[in-house]
Design a binder for this molecule. Structure first.
Ligand code: TYD
Length: 210
């Protein structure tokens, strides 16, 4: 049964872990699952990812940033997401266009309606069936990310008020489309989160199979 699930949220919300655990659980249950991410997920997208996250790109304009995320997305949709959905499989994506609306729209204050127009071009109109917001306070999320010792990329280095606007943006996007979004408190334990994520996805798969 085809299902497209995206994971969204500020830094440090544990999206990547949740997506991986969900992929494992669904695969074990016999589903065909592709777990991918943005920016990246394709050879071209991975080159764009390097350009975006590299500290050497310090002078990058918000508009350039948005167009590069969109470019990576256009490639991922056509090369990975659409073929897997056409095969009747499940796609999990660690960030999708909602991240552009939250980071480049709310964070950098680019015009949301303009971003949405280009996003449509990039995605061909594809919208996730289900989107999890792993919600976390911006400062707590950044601290978590530092503590985990992961890569500290160029965007992590934006000021705290930027990250606070991003979090607010995600909450507003979720509130505007409650049928698509599930908001989870990312400060809960990983096992509890995993159970909630799996329960929502299994319910969607069951509904789709009816
Ligand atoms: P990544 O290392 O994948 O971080 P995370 O684990 O938080 O997903 O880096 C992706 C960064 O790019 C992250 O800071 C969010 C940002 N981003 C945008 O600003 N706009 C976008 O459209 C996307 C997809 C990501």
């Amino acid at each position: 049964m085809s299902l497209f699930v995206s994971f969204e949220g500020p830094e440090g919300g544990g999206k990547t872990t949740q997506a991986q655990q969900l992929a494992d659980a669904l695969s074990a249950a016999g589903h065909s699952v592709v777990n991918t991410r943005e920016p990246g997920g394709t050879p071209i997208g991975n080159q764009v990812r390097q350009l975006l996250l590299d500290h050497g790109s310090a002078g990058m304009q918000p508009q350039t940033e948005f167009l590069l995320f969109s470019a990576s997305r256009a490639q991922l949709v056509r090369e990975v997401i659409e073929p897997q959905l056409a095969r009747g499989g499940v796609v999990l994506c660690d960030r999708f266009y909602d991240s552009s609306l939250a980071y480049q729209g709310y964070g950098h204050r680019l015009d949301l309606a303009e971003l949405q127009r280009t996003t449509r071009l990039a995605t061909g109109g594809r919208v996730p069936d289900l989107t999890f917001l792993m919600d976390i306070d911006a400062q707590a999320g950044l601290q978590r990310r530092r503590a985990q010792g992961g890569q500290w990329n160029r965007l992590d280095g934006y000021a705290l008020d930027f990250h606070e606007r991003v979090r607010t943006g995600f909450l507003q996007l979720a509130a505007a489309e409650p049928a698509r979004w599930v908001v989870l408190d990312a400060s809960a334990g990983a096992a509890q989160l995993q159970a909630a994520v799996l329960q929502h996805v299994l319910a969607r798969l069951a509904a789709a199979g009816r």
